[in-house]
Design a binder for this molecule. Structure first.
Ligand SMILES: [Zn+2]
Length: 172
């Protein structure tokens, strides 16, 4: 773009990998694709924030419903949650991307994460009540603790994998 830094070129080793402008190490911003200047990062942020109001509602509801389904499946498959949960996260992200036509914004990612967590609440609460009663009746069943653990594991794995799929470095 501008080449007012041109005469510094030899002293500067970093270049913005988008516009090619030399940047001093203190100004360089590390992005998933390499170092960029602040102008390019700002410009790209604008391109990335493309969500429309309806996207937030749809994204949240899709995440909520699919996560409830994932949470229910978790209650059935137990240990295999370690495989299901990351796949569920990716599936939720893909469904959101499809419905929102790949429009994106940080706010959408946050809402999707909240939808996934909220979707996991009903069955987690059910498992917690189960555990509580098994303790109260002095008939503690270790499986009731394990089942609650799987629900938590589901959320721990599904939320970051959905977030990564949504916000990761993708071509627009
Ligand atoms: Zn640049």
């Amino acid at each position: 773009m501008t080449d007012h830094n041109h005469h510094h070129e030899e002293a500067i080793t970093l270049r913005c990998n988008r516009c090619g402008k030399p940047i001093s190490p203190s100004e360089a911003i590390l992005t998933p694709t390499g170092y960029r200047c602040s102008d390019c990062v700002r410009q790209q942020q604008k391109v990335f924030d493309t969500s429309q109001p309806l996207d937030y509602i749809l994204g949240f509801i899709i995440a909520l419903v699919l996560s409830l389904l994932g949470s229910w499946l978790t209650s059935l498959i137990g240990f295999f949650t370690v495989l299901l949960a990351p796949a569920a996260g990716v599936g939720i992200a893909e469904a959101v991307r499809l419905v929102t036509k790949r429009r994106r914004s940080k706010r959408l990612f946050r809402l999707v994460a909240r939808g996934i967590i909220l979707g996991g609440v009903p069955i987690s609460v059910f498992m917690l009540i189960n555990l509580f009663f098994s303790l109260r009746m002095a008939a503690f069943n270790p499986f009731s603790l394990l089942r609650l653990g799987y629900q938590i594991l589901y959320l721990i794995l599904a939320v970051p994998s959905a977030n990564y799929r949504l916000s990761g470095n993708q071509r627009l």
